[in-house]
Design a protein around this ligand. Structure first.
Ligand code: SAH
Ligand code: DHB
Ligand code: MG
Length: 219
């Protein structure tokens, strides 16, 4: 077995053994597929990580950039306390419709607001503060999204930027795709920003080889 197939099998082992995906989340994935959405939501185990991050940080207000069919949004919203809130931004009105149906089904609609539009245009209209920001939309805009997240943050806010590795593209100087360039830009921005302390973790599993930036607002 190749490393990617083995990594997928390990994901399947932990996913099943830990039971991280319950019927609500399985239905969320099915609704997204039935709606013709791309299969690019976080994996079940990555979702488990996001849920724990919400709990560990004690986040009450969470911002998500890139809703898709509401899989990660459902994970986040369910991990919030009763008075918690998720604001999630999505460009595609059809994705937003599927997500709203998923949030209804999960019983979290009362704590989720879906904002439709280009995030670069909707972010400046938002008011903070958010305790946790999950950035997972168009990768070339990641630096813009981190700048906006900083505006909407308070000391202690945690920022996660998904998909900064993309099969190693970020560290391949020969890869000048907008995605790879965007990943380098956001990494350099985070490195140069004294308000942020950050690390990056690679992941391997059901979603292939990728990874995320994890940052915390210091001041
Ligand atoms: N967070 C989701 C996956 C998001 S996929 C999950 O894990 O379940 C990325 C989403 O970002 C797609 O739905 C895409 O339509 C959306 N997107 C792409 N460009 C965008 C933009 N400029 N503004 C807002 N959303 C955007
Ligand atoms: C893609 C986007 C994502 O957010 C992700 O987690 C995986 C893939 C994509 O656009 O291909
Ligand atoms: Mg992603």
């Amino acid at each position: 077995m190749g490393i990617m197939a083995e990594a997928s099998a390990v994901d399947a082992y932990f996913e099943t053994t830990l039971g991280v995906e319950d019927p609500v989340l399985t239905r969320a994935r099915e609704r997204a597929r039935a709606g013709g959405l791309p299969d690019i939501a976080v994996s079940a185990l990555q979702g488990g990580f996001l849920a724990l991050l919400v709990r560990i940080t004690g986040a009450r207000r969470v911002l998500e950039v890139g809703t898709l069919g509401g899989y990660s949004g459902t994970v986040i919203a369910r991990a919030l306390p009763d008075e918690g809130a998720l604001v999630t931004l999505e460009l595609d009105p059809h994705h937003a419709d599927v997500a709203r149906a998923v949030f209804d089904d999960a019983g979290v609609s009362d704590r989720v607001e879906v904002v439709v539009g280009r995030a670069a245009e909707t972010l400046p209209r938002l008011d903070g503060a958010f305790d946790l920001v999950f950035i997972d939309a168009d990768k070339p805009s990641n630096a813009t999204y981190v700048r906006e997240a900083l505006r909407l943050a308070h000391p202690g806010t945690v920022i996660v930027v998904d998909n900064v590795v993309r099969g190693g593209a970020v560290a391949d100087p020969g890869d000048t795709s907008a995605t790879a360039v965007g990943s380098r830009e956001v990494t350099e921005l985070v490195a140069a920003e004294p308000r942020l302390e950050a690390t990056a973790l690679q992941t391997v599993g059901a979603k292939g080889w990728d990874g995320f930036l994890l940052a915390r607002v210091v001041a």
